[in-house]
Design a protein around this ligand. Sequence first.
Ligand code: GLN
Length: 275
Amino acid sequence: MNIQTIIKTLIDSGIEKNEAECEIKLLLEGFFNYTEKDKIQGKLLSEADIQKLFNVVEMRIKNKMPVQYIIGKAWFMGEYFKVTPDVLIPRDETEILVKNAIDIINTSKFKSVLDIGTGSGCIACTIAKQTGATVLGTDISSDALRIALDNVTALGINNRAVFRKSNLFDKIRFDEKFDLIISNPPYIPIGTELQEEVLKEPKIALFADENGLEFYKRIINKAPQYLNNNGYLMFEVGINQAEVVRDMMTKYFNELNIIKDFAGIDRVVAGKFIK
Ligand code: GLN
């Protein structure tokens, strides 16, 4: 047995080739610290390690458990973030949101950011690490906030990103103002059929109402109270939601912008709040 046969086992179970290769890469790094560099340098894994990898892959196929939960971490914006089934696994698409946010923060010299529905804290931590802004991340789930706290501690930036339990804006005081409010809220319309792997993620992190728009609506209506003049509101959105979200934002926001992801799908909506 070798790594190629293990990848093939994954593909034969119905997982797409690219995805299968990524999963094996994550498992190799997660369990054996075996990196791409080791591979290029021709370092070999022992028979025992290959057998262990095969056993894990068999388990992953049987239980439909995302590999990130198996190894307990996910790769996002150049860092590993701790993840458990209490938090959504950070997605590649969310990197588009974060990269654009970082650009706006740097250009406008923004100092304060609110990340609503922070989950693992991947957005909050990355912004705090890569910009001069401090970030408040909120979530309704205490279990998620514990993971976010572990992540900010592992990155050594506890003074730059802090977390608070809050249902959207409920625990944000009226005198707290932010230059940027960012959110990747739950946006999957309730009732949508999903892969079993995705259903291992927390339902409250995935699903919204029938059309998936409830959190956008609630955040858009409250955001102006908590934004500084010339501040921004930025969202990640699901398929076919960008234009509706943009139209909802026109009530309070200007300079609305839709940004596409790698697959050409409208993925980010941003707008500027001018009093
Ligand atoms: N902010 C986290 C992320 O983008 C969690 C989002 C969520 O749970 N909907 O990964």
